[in-house]
Design a protein around this ligand. Structure first.
Ligand SMILES: Nc1nc2c(ncn2[C@@H]2O[C@H](COP(=O)(O)OP(=O)(O)O)[C@@H](O)[C@H]2O)c(=O)[nH]1
Ligand SMILES: [Mg+2]
Length: 194
């Protein structure tokens, strides 16, 4: 995938605002501060198409980007700004459901998780929900530059066990050193054709 033409299309808060087009779509979700904006910029090969390091929880809109006039990337609001997990569920799950249920061309969801964190029930719930819609999820571990190779291997084992998923659906990335960029781009190419 060449990264020469990516632009922001629109921000939406409701289903009836979602753009209609025939492109294969890829969604990115994860907790605030997980490195979602940074990873999106890395994948797109652009410095700051997507704002990074902004105050957690400020962006609550669903943002659509058009990539190479043949794909769409969707940046979902970061969850985790709400204090209680039950609150997160109340706000975030309905939004995920509304979004994922409405997008027939959604090919793959990148669920970002900080490589230093053990994911819990909330991530599991998202994975199970997407699976019920037959939407595949790529577990995308971020900020791998913060750990040694040994620590990375240990984290992968723990995350695999916590989410009860196979190693095949886990991808190791770093926006800082661009680790995983090639792999994610090939994945996007592959799933565009499905
Ligand atoms: N070391 C390191 N820091 C990162 C990486 N990705 C993001 N960050 C930092 O983590 C913070 C949150 O990043 P951001 O992309 O805004 O996260 P978002 O809230 O998920 O969109 C910022 O201070 C980034 O510079 C990474 O791969 N490695
Ligand atoms: Mg962000």
């Amino acid at each position: 995938m060449k990264n020469n033409n990516a632009y922001f299309l629109k921000s939406c808060t409701k289903k009836n605002q979602f753009p209609v087009f025939p492109y294969p779509e890829f969604a990115f979700m994860g907790r605030s501060n997980v490195g979602k904006s940074s990873l999106l910029n890395t994948i797109l090969g652009q410095k700051d198409l997507v704002k990074t390091g902004s105050k957690p929880g400020v962006t609550k809109t669903i943002n659509f980007f058009i990539v190479n006039d043949n794909k769409s990337f969707v940046d979902l609001p970061g969850f985790g700004y709400a204090k209680l997990p039950s609150d997160m569920r109340k706000k975030f799950m309905p939004m995920i459901k509304e979004y994922a249920g409405a997008r027939d061309n959604l090919k793959l969801v990148f669920l970002l998780i900080d490589i230093r964190r053990i994911p819990g029930d909330f991530e599991k719930e998202i994975i199970n929900y997407l699976a019920s819609l037959k939407i595949p999820t790529a577990i995308t571990l971020t900020k791998s530059d913060k750990l040694s190779n040994n620590e990375i291997a240990n984290s992968i084992k723990k995350i695999e066990a916590a989410l009860e998923i196979s190693r095949d659906s886990i991808f190791i990335t770093s926006a800082k050193d661009k680790k995983g960029k090639k792999e994610l781009l090939s994945l996007i190419e592959e799933f565009s054709k499905r």
